[in-house]
Design a protein around this ligand. Structure first.
Ligand code: THU
Length: 136
């Protein structure tokens, strides 16, 4: 699975965006450690706070299909905007600090930006911080 293919999956997912309120369509695709690809688009709601971002749709779709670890993420937005804070936190649940996150703009002529999760969410709080605190 190369970057180009994952970005193409994110572009394809973006076509399904339901964004009547913002007009800001987003597509995401995640590659899981067992080689599967899951896409997601943003799904807005008339009660704006109930909106779900494309990245979280892609991740929750992957997890619902049994995946637990992410190997790469691609996101395509109108202007190449990066994942929001909520989505960064959700990615941290299932990906390592080194997780590559590719961010592209709708215009394919614009350059793809490459980040790691640690760059987007430094000093992340994650599952390991709960170790020892659980009752189980
Ligand atoms: N959005 C995403 O899908 N992903 C992000 O990381 C940032 C924001 C969506 C949510 C909403 O539908 C629209 O973009 C404007 O915020």
């Amino acid at each position: 699975m190369d970057e180009h293919t994952l970005l193409a999956a994110a572009r394809s997912a973006r076509l399904q965006a339901y964004a009547p309120y913002s007009g800001y369509a987003v597509g995401a695709a995640v590659l899981t450690d067992d080689g599967r690809v899951f896409g997601g688009c943003n799904v807005e709601n008339a009660m704006y706070g109930a909106t779900v971002c494309a990245e979280r749709v892609a991740v929750t779709t992957a997890v619902s299909a049994g995946a637990r670890r992410l190997s790469m993420v691609a996101v395509v937005t109108l202007n190449g905007g990066t994942p929001c804070g909520f989505c960064r936190q959700v990615l941290a649940e299932f990906g390592p600090p080194e997780l590559p996150i590719l961010v592209a703009a709708a215009d394919p002529a614009l350059p793809v930006r490459r980040f790691t999760l640690a760059q987007l969410l430094p000093a992340a709080w994650g599952p390991e911080d709960l170790a020892g605190a659980r009752a189980d």
